[in-house]
Write a protein of this length. Structure first.
Length: 301
């Protein structure tokens, strides 16, 4: 790397005996939907070029998403670049090419059925995700006639879905996530009640999810401590020692920890107000090359 370019990537870190030393940014941790992907689910040419330049400069690319890993991998491989991936909101971490599992954070076997039962009592259609690498993950639903947003999700992933009428009592191995999908006042109020019930026992959040030409919401439950940032640090111990070497970009509630803690946390222009409040910078939105706008000043010299 040319000296002028390298100087753009240096951050300060405390070295031995309190002496300061220079470390370059080494990792690029990036959300997918609402960040790298635009509102049509595409990666712009300018964003592609920015990521290619980042990779050529030696940054390790890590794509982190609430999606399951086959879905995330299909998008990532379009870049033609090496990348690691973090799926299911931080519950699963895989190496390049899906060759190795580097991190998993399963829900306790006695907890996830409680979450499903609580969702069902609130008339919220539940989805249970099972990690099965190297086989594709499966998700299990308790009914096939829920809200239209739920139906859209079920329809999109039909080949990986299994419908079990008695979902809370089913035997499902390696559950990494329980979720509910829907929209409207009832969904949001009921979601808040269930999240409050499991506060402290599970990691929970609710956020926007775009499906089938409509916006809805997804409310998610993970093992306590699960997050994209936690998975990233487990996968890259050097980054755990030097978080200042990480650039992170995101837009939603499940990006909060990585944006707040990375050396350079960047919120998209379409990010939630809460995420913008903890970010070091705010870039353009996902429909206006926000990823490239954030990275180009660091990479072009």
């Amino acid at each position: 790397m040319a000296e002028s370019a390298l100087s753009k990537l240096l951050v300060r870190a405390d070295g031995p005996n309190g002496m300061a030393r220079d470390l370059p940014y080494r990792y690029l941790l990036m959300d997918l939907d609402g960040t790298l992907l635009d509102s049509r689910g595409r990666i712009s040419g300018r964003n592609r070029r920015a990521l290619a330049l980042a990779s050529s400069r030696g940054l390790t690319l890590v794509l982190a998403s609430g999606r399951t890993y086959p879905s995330l991998y299909r998008v990532g491989r379009e870049l033609g670049l090496p990348f690691h991936l973090i799926a299911n909101g931080g519950a699963v971490g895989l190496g390049p090419g899906l060759a190795s599992v580097l991190h998993t954070s399963p829900l306790p076997a006695d907890l996830w059925p409680e979450v499903v039962a609580a969702l069902e009592r609130e008339a919220l259609p539940a989805v249970v995700f099972s990690h099965r690498h190297p086989e594709p993950p499966l998700f299990y639903a308790g009914a096939a006639n829920g809200h239209s947003h739920f139906e859209a999700y079920l329809g999109r992933h039909r080949e990986h879905a299994r419908v079990l009428p008695a979902l809370a009592g089913a035997e499902i191995p390696c559950v990494v996530e329980v979720a509910a999908l829907g929209a409207g006042a009832h969904f949001e109020a009921a979601s808040r009640r269930v999240m409050a019930r499991f506060a402290g026992r599970a990691r929970t959040h609710s956020m926007v999810l775009f499906l089938s030409a409509q916006y809805g919401r997804i409310t998610e439950f993970f093992a306590a401590g699960t997050s994209k940032w936690h998975a990233f640090l487990a996968m890259f111990p050097d980054a755990a020692r030097h978080p200042e070497t990480v650039i992170a970009l995101g837009d939603e509630a499940n990006d909060h920890e990585m944006i707040a803690t990375a050396g350079l946390g960047i919120a998209m222009g379409n990010a939630t107000p809460e995420l913008k409040a903890v970010a070091r910078r705010v870039s353009a939105d996902h429909d206006h090359d926000g990823v490239a706008e954030a990275l180009e000043p660091l990479l072009l010299a």
